[in-house]
Design a protein around this ligand. Structure first.
Ligand code: GLN
Length: 487
């Protein structure tokens, strides 16, 4: 019998009744992880997981996470456990401390099963650029369509029912977009709400730690456990914790939701549009006010270039320590420059090198004004305009992707098309403004799931979950996983 296609809430009931034990759950998860056909794992921590799970004897009634197995993206530090960020340059790196999110989950007695693959250093969105090669979409037996990234392994392992939840990171959309290809709930918090201590920095002004679950309620439970001020993280928020379960079931009556017409116009796929429109009808039938409004197209078109300049510049500076001396296998050479050059030439893939070139170029003194500072200004313009929208509306609602099946090879060719610039990249709005942002499944296209996204005002994470819960109730895609869909 399989237990791991159940939600955290369902598993908690079974653990309370002693129908199952943490050890049994950990064993099942490890067995599945070992047989995983999707290349979702960097490391399986069998010994530690089994030891910890066997030490858990009496289920804590008020701790819904007690004994629940989970996996974690491999750019989040785990003490004494290999943490590679799916990069050759960190292939032997073993942190000496736990990230704050890992510490918190251990405190809750969650059992870490393994570390999952990502696009190298969390840069990228395809699930194909990690040093272990392509991570596959569990929904795609032909292995030709992407699971997305960069949190590809964390998404694939929840979608494949290996664990009921996983940790990821999101700098542009790296949780919320793969969540769509995997039919999961994917969430990133208000910037500062969940500690990033122990997350490998990619672009800290945009980076968030978040998670994948198979239900909205499970997400609210996790947020309750993971939120909170952390003095070890300089950007951590004080006094903004809420009980995210309290208002979860209060419905959407009177909630003001808007949809940007320009995002809808940039999507051609009828299945996505029909499901999205149906979900709007559902929200309206529950009492929400949903309006289609216009948002300046030039600002939407600017999201991707702005994101690339800012994220690459920050990434170049933050990854300067990966030089083969402080971290990574040491390359040949007699001077610091030679060692660094040889280590980095071998240690990084093409994509990373390209991004460092873009980053360095925009940070050159001569180019800073024209590129880096202009990108900062564009970010401000976008955020200011979104904040104006939030004066009138509680939630911005949108489809997450332009199509459910996105081929690994030969995807969207025209990178200047609205489909690419807007439909495929608008989720970065959530990172620009640090807004809470949640994706949840709204439909299936011939066996492939897809999500829509709810983004709210900063600090209003629990309202985003409340709206997500009401929507989930009307749609019938709760607790989707490959074991349920493909029998
Ligand atoms: N797809 C985006 C990128 O290529 C997002 C990455 C992320 O959120 N970590 O960088």
């Amino acid at each position: 019998m399989s237990y791991l296609d159940k939600t955290i809430v369902e598993l908690h009931e079974l653990l309370l009744k002693k129908e199952v034990t943490p050890l049994l759950l950990a064993k099942e998860a490890i067995e599945k992880a070992k047989k995983d056909p999707n290349n979702a794992f960097e490391t399986i921590v069998e010994k530690e997981a089994l030891e910890f799970a066997s030490s858990l004897k009496e289920c804590e009634e008020d701790n819904l996470l007690w004994g629940i197995p989970f996996v974690c993206k491999d750019n989040i530090s785990t003490k004494d456990i290999l943490t590679t960020a799916s990069s050759e340059i960190l292939k032997d790196y073993v942190p000496v401390f736990d990230a704050e999110v890992i510490r918190k989950l251990k405190d809750k007695k969650c059992v870490l099963i393994g570390k999952t693959t990502l696009d190298e250093l969390a840069m990228g969105g395809t699930g194909t650029t990690g040093h272990k090669g392509v991570t596959y979409n569990p929904y795609d037996p032909s292995k030709t369509c992407m699971i997305g990234g960069s949190s590809c392994g964390s998404c694939a392992s929840v979608a494949a029912s290996i664990v009921p939840f996983s940790l990821g990171s999101d700098t542009g959309d790296s949780i919320r977009k793969p969540a769509s290809y995997g039919g999961l709930v994917g969430y990133k918090p208000t910037w500062g709400k969940i500690s990033r201590y122990g997350l490998f920095p990619f672009a800290p002004s945009l980076d968030h730690v978040g998670f994948f679950t198979r239900s909205i309620e499970d997400g609210a439970i996790l947020l309750n456990a993971l939120q909170g001020y952390d003095p070890k993280d300089g950007s951590s928020l004080k006094d903004h914790d809420e009980d995210n379960l309290k208002n979860l079931k209060n419905g959407v009556n009177g909630i003001k939701i808007c949809v940007f017409k320009e995002i809808i116009d940039s999507i051609n796929d009828k299945v996505i549009l029909d499901a999205f429109n149906k979900s709007i009808d559902n929200l309206r039938s529950k009492g929400a006010n949903v309006n289609i409004i216009s948002f300046p197209k030039e600002l939407l078109n600017a999201i991707y270039p702005t994101y690339m300049v800012i994220s690459c510049a920050e990434a170049t500076s933050n990854n300067a320590n990966l030089d083969g001396i402080k971290f990574g296998p040491r390359g040949e050479g007699n001077t610091y420059q030679e060692v660094m050059m040889n280590s980095r030439t071998k240690g990084f893939s093409e994509l990373i090198k390209r991004r460092f070139v873009i980053g360095s170029y925009s940070l050159f003194k001569e180019n800073q004004e024209e590129l880096f500072l202009r990108a900062q200004k564009a970010r401000h313009l976008i955020v200011n305009k979104v904040n104006e929208v939030f004066e009138k509306y509680d939630i911005i609602y949108s489809p997450c992707v332009s199509k459910a099946r996105n081929p690994i090879k030969g995807g969207i060719d025209d990178k200047l098309s609205s489909t690419y610039l807007i439909a495929e990249n608008h989720l970065a709005i959530g990172n620009f403004g640090g807004y809470p942002s949640l994706s949840l499944p709204i439909g299936m296209d011939d066996g492939f799931p897809f999500d829509a996204n709810l983004t709210g005002r900063v600090f209003e994470d629990s309202l985003v979950f409340q709206v997500g819960y009401a929507l989930e109730e009307t749609l019938g895609y709760k607790n989707l996983s490959i074991e349920k869909v493909v029998k």
